[in-house]
Design a protein around this ligand. Structure first.
Ligand code: GAL
Length: 685
């Protein structure tokens, strides 16, 4: 095993969700599947995520035979099984007999049976029943040589407001607040609008028809939902850890769509600690009409690097589509070569797989027109199948180098769920223009355009290893975070932050007495007021003799020790500081007071790249839209992916000597990349 390998297989994993139980009544289909799997150069299948009704059609009656057969066939082809636990969707008999498994929404309406991903996370029956099913799966398949990994449930998410969950929430609060209701009232600013609670039973989860103005409560509810989901997951894995301790466990994470921002519903920085391998499902809307292809590619990079940074290890792309999905507003086909390019981008950012949803397109119900490797025609001659097979072959060729190789970054960009949640419900600023994760994406993009690898971290990560730490709009900061940032700069780090930072503590209570003294010391300034712009307002700032448009926010800054790097051009604060730099002990801290156009970010980060000598994995001259990203092998060499995310041919210049990873041919100097073309090269460091 290589040092950072995340599964026992040394191959890149290619395959995906396979739902053979949809086809048990269609003779010949499963035989055909296994023939086509070889032709598509696939090796790994995730099975069973929605199979509860096929595994236990009646309470206590089990029908594992079809799954035994799939294991046999996968083993015969030398493939891997990622076995899912089926809790993501329940059989109807269960909802009928045990209605406590049904979710209650925020309006307190009990949901009917149907769809999926909608069970109560507290229900003792559902927890027990999921454990029982998982035990049976582990007993039956735990020793199978093809069992590569456990896939727990599917895309955990959502929340339940039933009575069981209300009690669990109150119990959770009692633990957080040492059983002291006064502490709760103080932390939630109780006397405001007479919201003081005098017994625990008065506390309910937030609701549009009930309590929704107590921000501390909103925040704690979000935290509880994460903890309760993780607690459900931990119950699910008890029998798996007991019976198959050597088999790694994952659950498939997500991004929000179509923004490609972090999945807001659950704090994955906590969840990540509980899984062995990080995996996620990525469905970018390539070729959309609202952003350039390269802008979307940068957002995909941002999410990939966030999942990579959760464990600082390779991760798995658990789901993607070989063609289109069925749930975007417009479900556009991937243009020729886009599938290959998009999959290579995943490998470049640390994935050890390219897995699909799904292997074979369903015949009926809501996913019958969702893209799949095998279409309704069952043919190997269509464009999608051929592109999948081409990719599969290339992945076989790259496996030895890519699997288990690492990504190293000198820059950390911090995303924080608490800040995102708190800002979302905060009334103030521009209600539609807070755009916290979107702002992080913009900062990331400026570094991505220059091929500088970035770790998208959370406050769970350590800061000290980064030459540059970027923490824009970190609205919520506990005393501990303030202290950690201070130590980071004092010890020589370079910190960048911005408007709407450090305003409240972990209960969403504002700090009193002005901006925190520690932050004032580090940044050498005090932000006094945040001016919020209408979208029709305009202003500019001047940085290095160049003017840049600003929008949404401008902070009026009282400069104490800092040097002024940019000034506002207009309004009553014209000529005052817009961007500052402070030397604090051995480090430096930049404060960006306004939301500026992309060109400002580009120039600002170009300046920092030079100053801090931040290096890309490979030096390549190119226009915006080409991305150069890569990984380092155990022997110290690199594998680098040079990717053209534009619709035009791109002339690039490779400034170092490299070899084509497929042919071994030496490359350097001027090279032309066709639209969506990828070059994969090896580099000695
Ligand atoms: C995912 C889900 C899959 C499938 C897919 C379609 O979110 O996990 O089961 O529904 O979306 O894009």
């Amino acid at each position: 095993m290589k040092k950072h390998q995340v599964t026992k297989d040394t191959r890149l994993l290619h395959g995906g969700d396979y739902n053979p139980d949809q086809w048990l009544d269609c003779p010949g289909i499963i035989d055909q599947d296994f023939k086509l799997m070889k032709q598509a150069h696939t090796n790994t299948f995730s099975v069973g995520m929605f199979s509860w009704a096929s595994l236990e059609p009646e309470e206590g009656v089990y029908t594992f035979e079809w799954l035994d057969d799939i294991f046999d066939r996968i083993e015969a082809m030398g493939g891997n099984m990622i076995l899912a636990t089926p809790s993501g969707a329940r059989p109807a008999w269960m909802s009928q007999k045990y209605p406590e498994v049904l979710r209650v929404d925020a309006l307190r309406r009990k949901q009917l049976h149907g769809a999926r991903h909608n069970h109560c996370f507290t229900s003792p029956y559902y927890r027990e029943k999921a454990q029982e099913m998982n035990r049976k799966l582990a007993e039956r398949y735990g020793k199978r040589s093809s069992l590569l990994m456990w896939h727990i449930s599917n895309e955990y998410g959502g929340e339940c407001h039933c009575d069981l969950c209300q009690t669990a929430f109150r119990d959770w609060l009692k633990v957080q607040y040492d059983n002291d209701l006064d502490k709760v009232n103080q932390s939630w600013w109780g006397p405001f609008w007479s919201h003081t609670f005098t017994n625990w039973e008065q506390i309910e989860s937030p609701s549009p028809i009930g309590e929704n103005a107590v921000h501390g409560l909103n925040l704690d509810w979000r935290r509880f939902v994460t903890d309760q989901t993780i607690s459900f997951y931990k119950d699910e894995i008890v029998p798996l850890r007991e019976l198959t301790p050597e088999v790694p466990i994952t659950t498939n994470f997500m991004s929000d769509n179509p923004s490609f921002t972090p999945f807001r519903a659950l704090d994955y920085s906590k969840f990540a600690k509980e899984v062995d391998v990080i995996s996620w499902d990525a469905y970018p809307a390539w070729h959309n009409d609202y952003e350039e292809t390269y802008e979307l590619a940068s957002k995909v990079g941002f999410m990939n690097d966030s999942f990579k940074s959760m464990k600082q290890k390779p991760w798995l792309l658990m789901e993607s589509t070989p063609s289109h999905v069925n749930w975007h507003q417009f479900n556009k086909a991937k243009r020729p070569s886009m599938h290959y390019l998009s999959a290579m981008q995943m490998l470049a950012h640390g994935s050890d797989s390219n897995l699909y949803f799904q292997w074979r397109k369903s015949r009926g119900s809501s996913e019958k027109f969702h893209g799949a490797v095998v279409d309704h025609d069952g043919s190997t001659e269509n464009r999608v199948f051929k592109e999948v097979a081409r990719l599969g072959k290339a992945m076989e060729d790259l496996s030895e180098k890519v699997v288990g190789s690492q990504r190293i970054a000198e820059v950390g960009l911090l995303y924080d769920w608490d800040s995102d949640w708190a800002l979302e419900h905060t009334q103030g600023f521009g209600l539609q223009t807070k755009l916290y994760p979107e702002t992080l994406q913009k900062h990331y993009q400026s570094l991505w355009e220059k091929d500088i690898p970035v770790d998208v971290i959370t406050k769970e990560n350590t800061f000290k290893d980064y030459k540059l730490l970027v923490v824009p709009m970190l609205y919520l900061m506990s005393e501990e975070t303030v202290q950690r940032l201070k130590v980071y700069v004092a010890n020589g780090g370079t910190l960048v932050s911005s408007y709407i930072t450090g305003l409240v503590n972990e209960h969403d209570l504002t700090y009193l007495g002005g901006w925190k003294k520690e932050l004032q010391e580090v940044f050498g300034i005090e932000p006094l007021e945040t001016d919020t712009y209408y979208t029709s307002d305009s202003n500019e700032l001047t940085f290095n003799n160049k003017q840049y448009a600003i929008r949404d926010y401008a902070t009026i800054i009282d400069v104490k020790e800092a040097e002024v790097l940019a000034q506002y051009e207009g309004d009553f604060y014209a000529d005052s500081a817009a961007v500052t730099l402070n030397n604090y002990k051995d480090g430096e801290a930049y404060y960006i007071g306004a939301r500026a156009e992309d060109d400002f970010n580009r120039d600002f980060y170009s300046h920092l790249i030079e100053k801090l000598d931040l290096s890309p994995g490979l030096k390549v001259e190119h226009e915006i839209g080409v991305s150069v990203q890569g990984r380092i092998l155990d022997d110290g060499t690199s594998i680098i992916f040079i990717m053209n995310f534009t619709e035009e041919e791109q002339a690039i210049e490779i400034l170092e000597d490299v070899r084509d990873s497929f042919t071994g041919e030496t490359l350097s100097g001027d090279v032309s990349l066709k639209p969506y073309e990828v070059l994969v090269v090896d580099k000695n460091n």
